[in-house]
Design a protein around this ligand. Structure first.
Ligand code: PLP
Length: 400
């Protein structure tokens, strides 16, 4: 069965009691038992809920996984995976992970005796070098946020396999439609279903997908024992959203490519980062391990902070907001929003400069989105020396 069919049918058979075509919202905390110890597989809703079961089966199918577990948020899913570890264990983690993941690892879990080393994973040899005798896990995200760097999942998974470590990939940015890390050698996939999988910016959720039966038993035990489970209505919303994931992702990819190409030729723009552009440093790798390049585009505007702030306040279709992956386009300024907690020198060293803008390209009409960015950019560089920036930009472009 192909992806689009799985998204609509797996786990979603008609309800056996009523024939309801759509999986109902089982808004119940408990289940009446026929006799002591005799029940239909459900006893209490933290432990299990049929709406959640449907979502878990569907998401597992989309990642070609044997097992799926859903959680109240992407961070609850991440936290559940960390329950596989014990005090004294060490994790090698990508240095460009989601800010909330960094905060959970470095500011919360270190108090429980876990240790983390954050490394640039563009060279898998550096991942191997960071491994210590007590290392148990390698954690990565690809493409990364906000620089859209692409890491080599098969190469990093091979480092993990050869050293007996668990390799976890946060696949939120790509979505299962564009990339399946388990097929590339990873052991566990994590998603914030808040983003592309839900797709409508109306629900927060997370998922863990994997093949290994033993790890699944442990994670399932902790899903119940720790309790970060999603409500039935939230599961239903994600299930409703995921049905259209394939058509949405195709439109996200088309729009993002058009916008990336347009920005690349715009005189107010210094540099565009999009894995689909041939000049992206890991373009060839992205072609190998992804089926499309996604809906996230970032670029640096000439004129740095002041110009960036003028653009951010000026776009009308691109809403100034955190988050990503919804049908509507969003614009953000990593230096003052998602990455503000990182010191400026370190931000600059990583490439998260004050002129960097991040777009979550939605599925509106591409020409409308381009027109919105154009009027915003004209305003942004038109004020206080901006036209000079445009002129010098043209000159620089001519030199190249
Ligand atoms: C948003 C996000 C998360 C966290 O998910 P929540 O649902 O907000 O808890 C984790 N990883 C990535 C890549 C994200 O974008």
């Amino acid at each position: 069965m192909q992806f689009s069919t799985k998204a609509i049918h797996i786990g979603q058979e008609a309800d056996p009691t009523t024939g309801a075509t759509i999986v109902p919202i089982f808004q119940t905390s408990t289940y009446t038992q026929e006799g002591v110890g005799r029940h239909k597989g459900y006893e209490y809703a933290r432990t299990g809920n049929p709406t959640r079961t449907a979502l878990q089966e569907c998401l597992a199918a989309l990642e070609n996984a044997r097992h799926g577990l859903c959680f109240a948020s992407g961070l609850a899913a991440t936290s559940a995976v960390m329950n596989l570890l014990s005090a004294g264990d060490h994790v090698v983690c990508g240095d460009d992970v989601y800010g909330g993941t960094y905060r959970l690892f470095q500011l919360v879990l270190t108090r429980y005796g876990l240790a983390f080393t954050f490394v640039d994973m563009t060279d898998p040899a550096r991942v191997a070098e960071a491994i210590r005798p007590n290392t148990k896990m390698i954690w990565l995200e690809t493409p990364t946020n906000p620089l859209l760097t692409v890491f080599d999942i098969p190469a990093i998974a091979e480092v993990a396999r050869s050293r007996g470590l668990v390799c976890v990939v946060d696949n939120t940015f790509a979505s299962p439609y564009l990339q399946n890390p388990l097929d590339l050698g990873a052991d566990i996939v994590v998603h914030s279903t808040t983003k592309y999988i839900g797709g409508h910016s109306d629900v927060v959720g997370g998922a863990v997908l994997l093949n290994d039966d033993k790890m699944h038993d442990t994670l399932r035990y902790h899903q119940n024992a720790v309790g970060g489970v999603p409500g039935a209505f939230d599961c239903w919303l994600v299930l409703r959203g995921v049905k259209t994931l394939s058509v949405r992702m195709r439109q996200h990819c088309d729009n993002a490519m058009k916008i990336a190409q347009h920005l690349q030729s715009h005189p107010a723009v210094e540099r565009v980062r999009y894995p689909g552009l041939p000049d992206h440093p890991q373009h060839a790798l992205a072609r190998r391990q992804m089926r499309g390049f996604g809906g996230m585009v970032s670029f640096t505007i000439r004129g740095e902070t002041a110009a960036a702030h003028r653009l951010l306040g000026r776009t009308k279709l691109f809403a100034l907001a955190e988050s990503l992956g919804g049908v509507e386009s969003l614009i953000g300024h990593p230096a003052t929003m998602t990455h503000a907690s990182i010191p400026k020198a370190e931000r600059d060293a990583r490439g998260v400069t004050d002129g960097l803008i991040r777009l979550s390209v939605g599925i509106e009409d591409a020409d409308d989105l381009i027109a919105d960015l154009d009027q915003g950019l004209a305003y942004a560089v038109g004020n206080s020396g901006g036209s000079r920036a445009v002129e010098s930009g043209r000159a620089a472009a001519a030199v190249q």
